[in-house]
Design a protein around this ligand. Sequence first.
Ligand code: FES
Length: 89
Amino acid sequence: MKKTIITLNPSGMKLIWCDLHHNLLTTLELHNIYSEYQCRAGYCGLCRIHLLQGVVKYRTQPITFIQPGEILPCICHVCSDIEIAIPHQ
Ligand code: FES
């Protein structure tokens, strides 16, 4: 089973991504990290966060518009060690 590290910025907290997780949002929730969401399907954009390092991939392409450097954790999988901006953690 492939495991990669998710680093939260600015806290430095580290989480483990496991391929068994459905998406990055699920991983955050399993670690009690609050992240806003609504649709959990890539069209509302409410869960959008900044990816500071690393690579994610989408099983289905986002429907909502995202800027370069933004990701939708509700529909993305982690492909490498990543660093994401999660304020207030
Ligand atoms: S919760 Fe709607 S796009 Fe992620």
